[in-house]
Ligand binder design. Structure first.
Ligand SMILES: CC(=O)SCCNC(=O)CCNC(=O)[C@H](O)C(C)(C)COP(=O)(O)OP(=O)(O)OC[C@H]1O[C@@H](n2cnc3c(N)ncnc32)[C@H](O)[C@@H]1OP(=O)(O)O
Ligand SMILES: O=C([O-])CC(=O)C(=O)O
Length: 389
């Protein structure tokens, strides 16, 4: 008898050497390195190479990767022209999915993927990996200007991914503290085992579709509010609650109506997400830097965490990565609907690492189902079906 496990909970759908989670202890590591160590010492570029290649890079290979990424920051003229015609009200995640998918039209070469045994070595895989990771942040930043009717800011090849993202977003020289905070955010969001968007990427990748189709499938999947889209929902929720003294009644009302609290709970973690701990500290650092005055949103969030621990702690529901990332980005002055797009910029590294692992040892994903529909029945012509709908 085929067993059905809703949401595939506990089902191993792949073998992977990229990252590891212990959800009871709140541990996350990339390629064996604790996330806290990478957040304290690494850069997004170094962490990306670690995820892609499996080892911390040498100085020479990191420099060459950084140079390659920077050479690919500039977006194709035709993509920019296409973006000018997008509606200004369009969500940044829809923009990003469309732009990445359209980029694929400029880079043929997927036929080499049919030689599944050699695709880990081929130039196409490496070049497309660099191209996609390099393009993600500029696309997001360009859209911020274009949707307001301005020309985008040109990328700068003397800046890191995080610095260039802030530079293209604001048009100003990036502040070193903000740039480091953004870099840490990119590291924290870069990878997370077989989450929904990574699984979508693997399914698409397993058909030997182009990496642009793979990443576009992943971006669409990340956009949902039960996944990456939750960071935007968190800030809306905190605004709706309004103040710390409103939290208890608000939570009790939501739970009585069986509604979810955004940014809380995780399939893997039964304790506070280790990334939420780091992001929480980053918000505190930013608050301190600005004179120590807690704003209403952060105070409301702290109270919400406390009340949720009381009401939902017995179910293992604690803040996930989206809870404090939304608050941090908000404190950094980033528009709410761009939060999930920033998540996608970082996660492109993990998605592509998993894509490469998949195609190096590929078998198409094709699970089964348990049929619960009608037995075979006779077709009745429309004239004889009666009046019932
Ligand atoms: C980057 C990321 O994707 S992180 C996750 C971002 N998503 C969110 O923040 C949305 C809010 N959270 C959720 O909806 C869920 O916790 C998910 C989708 C993340 C995980 O879902 P699942 O693993 O299927 O957990 P499930 O829904 O079975 O929850 C287990 C129990 O905890 C409760 N629970 C879980 N999360 C929440 C929440 N955020 N608010 C209230 N109750 C919750 C469920 O109601 C359920 O209770 P029950 O056993 O009494 O029925
Ligand atoms: O792992 C998950 O289910 C969701 C995810 O991508 C993350 O938490 O970063």
């Amino acid at each position: 008898m085929t067993e059905f496990l809703p949401g595939l909970e506990g089902v191993a759908a792949t073998k992977s050497a990229i990252s590891f989670i212990d959800g009871e202890k709140g541990i996350l590591s990339y390629r064996g390195y604790p996330l806290e160590t990478l957040a304290a010492n690494s850069t997004f570029e170094e962490t990306t190479l670690l995820l892609l290649e499996g080892e911390l890079p040498t100085d020479t290979s990191l420099k060459s990767f950084v140079k390659d990424l920077r050479a690919h920051y500039r977006t194709k003229y035709h993509i920019r022209e296409m973006m000018r015609h997008f509606p200004a009200t369009g969500h940044p995640m829809d923009m990003l999915q469309t732009a990445v998918s359209s980029l694929g039209m400029f880079y043929p070469g997927t036929e080499c993927l049919t030689d599944a045994n050699s695709c880990e070595d081929i130039d196409y895989v490496r070049n497309m990996t660099v191209n996609i990771i390099a393009q993600m942040a500029p696309l997001v930043a360009m859209w911020e200007h274009m949707r307001q009717g301005y020309d985008p800011v040109e990328p700068r090849s003397d800046l890191s991914v995080a610095e260039n993202l802030l530079y293209m977003f604001t048009g100003q020289e990036p502040d070193p503290l903000m740039a480091r905070i953004m870099d840490v955010c990119l590291i924290l969001h870069a990878e997370h085992t077989l989450n929904a968007s990574t699984f979508a990427a693997l399914v698409a990748g397993s058909t030997l579709a182009s990496p642009y189709a793979v990443i576009s499938a992943a971006i669409g999947t990340l956009s949902g509010p039960l996944h990456g889209g939750a960071n935007q929902m968190v800030v809306g929720m905190l605004k709706e609650i309004g103040a710390p003294d409103k939290v208890e009644a608000w939570v009790d009302h939501k739970l009585a109506n069986k509604e979810v609290i955004w940014g809380m709970g995780h399939r893997e973690y039964k304790v506070k997400d280790p990334r939420a701990k780091i992001l929480h500290k980053l918000v505190e650092k930013l608050v301190q830097e600005r004179g120590g005055h807690l704003d209403q949103m952060f105070e409301t969030a702290l109270k919400l965490e406390e009340v949720c621990a009381d009401r939902l702690g017995h179910k293992g529901v604690y803040p996930n990565v989206d809870f404090y990332s939304g608050i941090l980005y908000s404190e950094m002055g980033i528009p709410e609907d761009q939060f999930t797009a920033l998540f996608a910029v970082a996660r492109s590294a993990g998605w592509l690492a998993h894509w490469r692992e998949q195609i190096a040892n590929n078998r198409i994903y094709r699970p089964t189902q348990i049929y619960i529909g009608s037995e075979q029945r006779e077709y009745v012509p429309i004239s004889k079906r009666g009046a019932k709908p």
